[in-house]
Design a protein around this ligand. Structure first.
Ligand SMILES: Nc1ncnc2c1ncn2[C@@H]1O[C@H](COP(=O)(O)OP(=O)(O)OP(=O)(O)O)[C@@H](O)[C@H]1O
Ligand SMILES: [Mg+2]
Length: 287
């Protein structure tokens, strides 16, 4: 197998002034083109993990970092956040806070200006990335006048302008309505599938994660406690319950059919359509 694009090797991090580590002994390798979802309760370390990938930890948020984080072969501790931004784009949960410019075009151009991209190149890239997020023609609009969903798509466009190989989405839909959420998930899925972009998403919606992710990493108190394909991780109902995480509805239904009604055998599904197929088989048996 080729070298992972992201490698955490025995990484621990404690924020300055804090007693307890935000991340403890993280070993995690992510291959280029993987779509990895991070699950975990508030304070589990999801954001801190993402900030290690783009170098904000340890360069801008101080604390004690041990172990090594390598992204695209670069030891993050040795490169400025500005350099890492060419490889890793990050989008946070509150789109409004990420907007700082008067026009959409300027918002997209900001990162490129900081890294010395030519004006001609910017003129070419801006409409291209706006089109990718469904905001074609929005160049002269005011970011603060956009809907939350549009702002979040603009934040993604601004990151795409830097042509990153890795996209980190930190609960990108938690402030959006259902349509806005769906738009963001579809964009992430398309970037992953069509452009092979590596996607890391911290996300609470297990149904979404079950459908899109290649792999799920569950964090608990700064440690990786589960790590595997959605069908393996999300079907561990008891373990998830211990961790105070909710399994997908499809999994719960199959579990009830198994435990309460003795009607389900075999592995528990994580997708609704797989639960439906199983239920169809049960109905066929009883007919
Ligand atoms: N800037 C900071 N300074 C000090 N401690 C912090 C800082 N940011 C986070 N922490 C602490 O680090 C731990 C991990 O926090 P982190 O924000 O990474 O968790 P999270 O999984 O993203 O949580 P949430 O779901 O609430 O976003 C928590 O104990 C938190 O209190
Ligand atoms: Mg967070």
């Amino acid at each position: 197998m080729s070298d992972p694009i992201i490698a955490f090797e025995d990484v621990s991090f404690t924020y300055a002034g804090s007693e307890t580590p935000a991340l403890s002994n993280i070993d995690l390798a992510i291959s280029e083109g993987e779509y990895v979802a991070i699950l975990g309760l508030n304070g589990a370390g999801k954001t801190t993990l993402g900030l290690c990938v783009n170098g904000v930890v340890p360069h801008m948020l101080g604390g004690e970092l041990t172990g090594e984080v390598r992204v695209a072969g670069l030891n993050v501790a040795d490169y400025a956040v500005r350099e890492m931004a060419k490889v890793v784009g990050i989008v946070f949960d509150n789109p409004e806070f990420q907007m700082s410019q008067l026009t959409v075009a300027e918002e997209v151009a900001l990162g490129m200006e900081n890294t010395g991209v030519s004006y001609a190149e910017m003129r070419r890239v801006i409409p291209e990335v706006l089109a990718q997020v469904g905001l074609a023609g929005f160049e002269e609009r005011t970011p603060l006048g956009l809907s939350g969903g549009q702002q979040q798509r603009l934040a993604i466009a601004a990151v795409l302008a830097m042509k990153p190989r890795v996209l980190v989405l930190d609960e990108p839909t938690s402030n959006l309505d259902p349509v806005g959420k769906q738009d963001v998930f579809e964009i992430a899925e398309r970037l992953n599938r069509e452009q092979g972009m590596t996607v890391i998403i911290a996300e609470h919606e297990v149904e979404v994660v079950a459908r899109y992710a290649d792999r799920i990493v569950v964090l608990d108190q700064g440690r990786v406690v589960l790590n595997g394909p959605p069908k393996d991780v999300l079907s561990q109902v008891e373990r998830l319950t211990e961790l105070h995480l909710r399994p997908p509805q499809a999994t719960r239904i199959a579990e009830l059919l198994r435990d309460e009604h003795h009607l389900w055998d075999g592995p528990l599904p994580v997708l609704a359509e797989d639960a439906a197929t199983g239920i169809e088989a049960i109905l066929g048996r009883s007919a």
